[in-house]
Design a protein around this ligand. Structure first.
Ligand SMILES: [Zn+2]
Length: 279
């Protein structure tokens, strides 16, 4: 099964993970900008990180292992509370969004659902709307439903095309709202938040495979870069057709990401090769 994982923090992983991911069928991934575990004190620290994920990582680690590496650039919600620093960071983001493998904005959203987080979130949605690029929205671990509903409402209010937005980390409680709004709906299989491949599989059975994207969000905590292939395998063994399975691990992430002309240009030839071969 060919796979795209649209949410991986490879900054925190080793090259062994790239090797295993490629062996398990993952051909492309997206690395959203995130919180590194200790709040940064300077805008320059963010710029160095954006530079790393948009230039150094794809060339020096991913490509050598046969992985197509893309990224999204954004001010994460956890550090957005410091609004002066956050604004300084977002002002400098355009340079990095211009990079050939930077395909959109993210991950942005809510952490504690505060007014400052909302301001920085809204400003970045405005930016994505202006640039017409995909956005990855992180929904909070606490007050998940409230955070998701407010994210959906904010996107609607700003008027960004919902098809450009992946509302991520959905649960059984939130996913129908996300889908009803016309957004892409990410399901993150992350052991700490207790979503297993089994639970993701069950959600696809209950809510359908349209506009649902599976991802690992593998990072520096307890996480697993192989959860997407594991879920695909489970789906194939428990009643799903190949086409249904392919929808959530390949077709939907492709359609979402190919709204970025850069993704389409760099990944389309490989994608089409498969199409021609399977006709
Ligand atoms: Zn993440």
């Amino acid at each position: 099964m060919r796979i795209i994982d649209p949410h991986c923090h490879m900054y925190s992983r080793t090259v062994d993970d790239y090797e295993m991911m490629v062996l398990c069928g993952i051909e492309a991934l997206v690395e959203p900008s995130f919180w590194l575990g200790n709040d940064r004190q300077h805008a320059g620290s963010f710029y160095d990180y954006f530079n790393h994920i948009s230039e150094w990582e794809p060339k020096n680690r991913a490509e050598k292992r046969g992985m197509k590496h893309f990224c999204t650039i954004g001010m994460n919600p956890k550090e957005a509370e410091n609004i002066e620093l956050a604004r300084e960071v977002t002002k400098g983001m355009l340079t990095f969004l211009d990079r050939p493998t930077a395909i959109g904005v993210g991950e942005i959203g809510f952490n504690n659902i505060t007014p400052n987080e909302e301001k920085i979130f809204a400003e970045q949605i405005e930016l994505a709307k202006k640039l017409n690029v995909p956005v990855i929205v992180h929904t909070p671990h606490n007050n998940k439903l409230e955070g998701t509903l407010r994210s959906l409402a904010l996107c609607k209010e700003i008027g960004i095309n919902p098809a450009l937005v992946n509302i991520d980390h959905n649960t059984e409680e939130t996913i129908q709202y996300t889908l009803d709004g016309g957004f892409y709906a990410g399901i993150t299989m992350y052991p700490r938040t207790k979503c297993t491949p089994q639970r993701a599989r069950d959600m696809v059975e209950r809510f359908g495979s349209e506009r649902i994207l599976l991802n690992s969000a593998c990072d520096w905590e307890v996480s697993d870069p192989l959860t997407v292939p594991k879920a695909a395998r489970l789906m194939l063994r428990t009643g799903f057709s190949r086409a249904q399975t392919k929808n959530v691990v390949w077709e939907n992430p492709y359609k979402f990401l190919a709204q970025s002309p850069k993704f389409k240009t760099l990944f389309d030839p490989i994608y089409n090769e498969d199409r021609a071969a399977t006709v």
